[in-house]
Ligand binder design. Sequence first.
Ligand code: PHE
Length: 446
Amino acid sequence: KGEKSLLSEKKERFSSSGFIFAAIGSSVGLGNMWKFPYITGENGGAAFFLLFIVCLVLIGLPVLLAELAIGRSGRGSAATSFIRAGGGKGWKAAGILQVVAPFLILSFYIIVAGWTLNYAMIAFNGQLFSTSDYAGQFGSFISGYKPIVWQGVAMLITAGVVILGVSGGIEKFNKVLIPGLVVLLIVLMIRAVTLPDAGEGVSFFLKPDFSVLTAESALVALGHAFFSLSLGMGILLTYGSYVDKKQSLGTAAIAIGAGDLLYAFIAGLIIFPTTFSFGIAPDQGPSLIFIALPAAFSAMPFGAFFGGLFFILLAIAALTSAVSLLEVPVSFAMERWNWSRQRSVWILSLVCFLLGIPSAMSLGMFPELKFGGKALFDWMDFITSNIMLPLGGLLITIFAGYFWKGAAEAAGLQARWFRIWLFMLRYVAPVLVFLVLLHTSGILTF
Ligand code: PHE
């Protein structure tokens, strides 16, 4: 009987600060610590960072607010949120996309979360520094079976949190770890900016050179703002459904955006001074943190400690995001199939774990899992981050901007802000997000 009531309306709720922490926990992830520094490195540093801020504020926040408002007024899972918020049946597919995307993302995101756990361990016990060939070490790590073990560990931790529920699990986990993360970040930032020649890295990150910006950088910045805020994949629709009616969503959106930005900013102040100080190029792409940074840590005093701290921090950032990814399909299974939370969590995390194994192996053990020159892992990333995510974001803006009668009431903004919000959702965001989609899917090239 108790479960039946979940079908009609979600009963679980976040406390008001718990919700902000949980949403920041979702947004602060590998994107901030791993992707943001290297795309900033590739796109010329500070100028790109400013562009990222503009995208985040002008496009990211309106879409973030739209997702939260749709989620809260629907009070269902992401799959039914559009319909519950008053959209017609035609919106069903859009809702399904918002559940499938996070599930697929989780399947490979959790693999990288596992890597960070492994690296934290081998940094603390010194094994990481027993060689100077970090590329070789990373290569042999991902070719073995260990990534799958760590993938399982990361999935178990995620499942363990989600199983405890919205306020007892997700909220508590984030309320402890998100402030904890800031402390770790600040310790590492102080270490980084006091390294010899750290100033060069700081100025690369903070002194803008606008001549390096291209139209492409703008699309990369906007795409990353979406990824970083966890937009377009059902997360904020789902979290929104647990938010109290009295909470101001506009204020929440600003707090979440500011939190995300702050963590990215501090991450930049860790990565760039460290890489510059040790003469490492900051534009090495995804391998930067697993290959280049260990070299830097090995050369600094107490490197094992700071290195271990760094990877712990990455693991925390990744797990708080993984929790939000898992909650989306869990909330769907509870609503659609009437499963209990326990059952939803166990079944979905097991399936997700199994689904991820081929992706994990495609990077090492089974290099045959490659199609058109791209490993399965990279395909999963490509299809979700580059196609589903912008598409999901686009559908949100179109729904909220053109089809949603209840928008004004649900968003709860003052008239002036509401007009600005609607303007962005109608005329600015869809156009730009569509361009991002064309670009990330490879149709629009420069
Ligand atoms: N926002 C998270 C990050 O920056 C990543 C993420 C993306 C999490 C999509 C959930 C969903 O790493």
